[in-house]
Design a protein around this ligand. Structure first.
Ligand SMILES: [Fe+2]
Length: 335
């Protein structure tokens, strides 16, 4: 760790997590109640978050209930995860497991719910139980990702955007329709999807395709920065197909495009070449920072300034998540 070279508000101590990344580690004062500390430093934390993108907070006396309360103090409004793609479950009010995927599955960097018409501007993670081995949460500067992409890749996304496709069927061993929407009632699902700009196509009694559209690059509404903001790498089969084969060896091999759990295409339906996705994955790997966890740590992320992912792990690990400060795509302009 290095000494911080920026002025911090009185009462906050922080360090840069590494020399190569903008992310900070803030030490809470020992013995100060979590709610008092959070109220006292809320505005300062928000301000440094807008500059640094992600802040790890260490030293508060937290459990999952207190983490939920802390999230509410920092960002009063939470987002409902109905319709979200990640397998997770609710553990407290507005507090979810970070993912229910098996430990051997890593998650490529992504901006939470950026495939949708509404997403959380702030994501909070909490370490309820530190990983025994591996299991870092990765964070990656979305401005740097925008800057480092070759012009030809960037321009293609700027022109064409992304189409996100999901397929639900008995052949797909992933999150079910019921788990995604809390119901299997077609009318309710169609109504929800219409309201949220999700195209639905029922392909059978329990087979459903969802399609959503979004840009790959946006401007941050507060800082004005151009940011690489999407879930392309995570959704593209170039990333997950190989993982599926290793982790779910019994899963049937996709025979048609409708057998793919999830897919990311250009917005006009054109295929995004595997080579483009591999380039983006390599850029994430080069740019991202591994946040290592101690029990009780919080990671406070501006979801448009930093993407996140996770490394595989073994043994126990419990990282919880809260998604806060909803923003509608219709309220900001695409870049
Ligand atoms: Fe996520």
């Amino acid at each position: 760790m290095t000494t911080l070279d920026i002025a911090l508000p009185e009462g906050l101590t922080a360090e840069r997590l590494s020399t190569q990344h903008p992310f900070l580690l803030v030490h809470a004062e020992a013995g100060v109640p979590f709610d008092e500390w959070t109220r006292q430093h809320r505005d300062a934390l928000r301000a440094i978050l807008l500059r640094h993108g992600a802040v790890q907070i260490r030293g508060l006396d937290l459990n999952k209930q207190r983490f939920g309360a802390m999230g509410k103090i920092l960002e009063p409004e939470a987002i409902d995860y109905t319709g979200g793609i990640g397998p997770r479950h609710l553990v407290e009010d507005d507090v979810f497991t970070s993912t229910d995927l098996p430990p051997a599955v890593g998650l490529a960097s992504h901006n939470e719910m950026s495939y949708g018409s509404i997403w959380p501007m702030r994501v909070l993670f909490f370490c309820e139980e530190a990983p025994e081995s591996g299991g870092a949460t990765t964070v990656c500067d979305a401005r740097r990702m925008f800057d480092c992409l070759p012009t030809e890749i960037r321009d293609e996304f700027l022109t064409r955007g992304i189409r996100y496709v999901r397929n639900y069927s008995k052949r797909v061993p992933y999150k079910t329709i019921q788990e995604t929407f809390g119901t299997t009632d077609r009318e309710q699902i169609d109504a929800f999807c219409k309201k949220n700009n999700i195209e639905t196509q029922w392909l059978g009694d329990d087979a459903l395709q969802l399609r959503q559209y979004g840009p790959a690059i946006r401007k941050h509404p507060e800082t004005g920065d151009s940011v690489f903001f999407n879930t392309l790498a995570l959704w593209h089969p170039a990333y997950w197909l190989d993982i599926m084969r290793r982790v779910y060896p019994g899963a049937p091999e996709p025979q048609t495009a409708n057998d793919l759990w999830q897919d990311a295409q250009y917005g006009d339906g054109g295929e995004i070449p595997f080579t483009v996705v591999m380039h983006i994955l390599a850029a994430y790997e080069e740019q991202e920072y591994d946040v290592s966890w101690q029990k009780g740590d919080v990671l406070y992320i501006d979801n448009m300034l930093a993407s996140h992912g996770r490394k595989p792990f073994s043994g126990k690990r419990s990282i919880l998540a809260s998604f806060r400060q909803p923003l509608k795509a219709s309220d900001i302009q695409a870049d």
